[in-house]
Ligand binder design. Structure first.
Ligand SMILES: Nc1ncnc2c1ncn2[C@@H]1O[C@H](COP(=O)(O)OP(=O)(O)OP(=O)(O)O)[C@@H](O)[C@H]1O
Length: 344
């Protein structure tokens, strides 16, 4: 394993896969380590202009770390290397709030409790644009109105705790889109909400990011959200790319056994008459105790000797990228991968 000691730079020397010229965002060889143990291990992908890219994987896969790295927001103690380019700019932190913005899981963490919501939005506008206070205020009220906050001019004067959970999350969407960024990163934006608010918030998020022409990187556990909202899906396992491709195609026919395993526990992805997994057997490895070879091999019913020796790299398969030695042997329907007891 490479020791991550190279700072986050414009390009990764020797990268065989240079940043795509037309991408809204290009990530190359992203590595995030804590005390020498890599939690994100050489991730490369592009976010295309205006697309919705879903980041999925089990807990601990590295979704949040990756999402936050896109904004230059990795936690204290993390060593981050690789390159992140946002329309040619190489310092993601400097672009935060301008060309890239974050919608976190918990809206309260994105809003200050001590300032009215409208003031916070107006301050976000003035941090980027040279406009008068009253113009910023008008833009703030208009942004709240666009996300469906009723009586926006009055509500702009209210504090976050005076908003309902769904309204707070919509205010955060207004904040994240008010400066018309190129990329919005949403980290499980609906986890804290009930089903009714979830759909409403996702609809508003979709409308707003389409209106400003932003791409959306959407971290989610919910495959129905992926199916309904994502153009492409990036499946992460133990900090690596397991599969990346068009969402509908990947959901219809996964090529990585890990993707198949994630779907095999969901009734809507298992054909009638086939067995559904209650959960994917076993647990993912921790960054400090990775097995040799493919990190998924100990849980994979298709694993062969090579899988326990050699870590697979992403390779192009049918218009997607798949990291698996056995991708050609993944059956259809893919839930059949997990018909036999696993060795986990
Ligand atoms: N602050 C930290 N200090 C040490 N290790 C960390 C820290 N944050 C994350 N990690 C490590 O990185 C791994 C990936 O974390 P991350 O939050 O990206 O997972 P995730 O895929 O978003 O999971 P979840 O779905 O539970 O949010 C964790 O399992 C943990 O081992």
């Amino acid at each position: 394993m490479r020791t991550p000691n190279v700072p986050l730079s414009a390009n990764t020397p020797g990268s065989p896969n240079p940043p795509a010229a037309d991408a809204a965002l290009s990530v190359r060889d992203l590595r995030i380590a804590f005390a020498g143990a890599e939690a994100v291990r050489g991730l490369s992908f592009d976010v295309r202009p205006r697309e919705v890219l879903a980041l999925v994987g089990e807990s601990g896969a590295g979704k949040s770390l990756t999402a936050r790295a896109l904004l230059g927001m990795t936690p204290r103690g993390a060593t981050t290397t690789g390159s992140i380019r946002l329309h040619g700019e190489t310092d993601p932190a400097a672009q935060r709030g301008r060309r890239i913005s974050l919608i976190p899981q918990d809206a309260l963490s994105a809003l200050s409790p001590v300032h009215p919501v409208g003031d916070q939005l107006a301050a976000a506008v003035r941090s980027v644009r040279r406009v008068t206070r009253s113009k910023a205020r008008a833009l703030a009220v208009a942004a709240l109105d666009r996300v469906g906050i009723p009586d926006a001019a009055r509500r702009a004067r209210a504090y976050p705790h005076e908003y309902s959970g769904g309204m707070r999350q919509r205010a955060v969407i207004a904040m994240a889109t008010v400066n018309e960024p190129d990329v919005v990163v949403a980290d499980e934006p609906t986890t804290a909400l009930d089903a009714g608010h979830r759909d409403q918030v996702l609809r508003v998020l979709g409308e707003q990011r389409a209106a400003v022409g932003a791409a959306l990187v959407l971290v989610t556990h919910d495959m129905d959200v992926v199916r309904e909202h994502a153009d492409r899906i990036l499946v992460l396992y133990a900090g690596r790319l397991a599969e990346l491709g068009p969402a509908r195609e990947v959901l219809a026919r996964p090529r990585a056994p890990y993707t198949a395993g994630l779907l095999a526990s969901l009734p809507q992805y298992v054909p009638p008459g086939r067995r559904r997994l209650p959960v994917l057997p076993g647990t993912p490895p921790t960054p400090s105790a990775l097995p040799p070879g493919c990190a998924f091999a100990p849980r994979c019913p298709l694993a062969a000797a090579v899988c326990h020796r050699v870590e697979p790299v992403p390779q192009p398969v049918e218009g997607r990228l798949v990291s698996c030695h056995r991708w050609a042997d993944v059956p259809h329907p893919a839930s059949d991968v997990f018909r036999e007891p696993t060795r986990a």
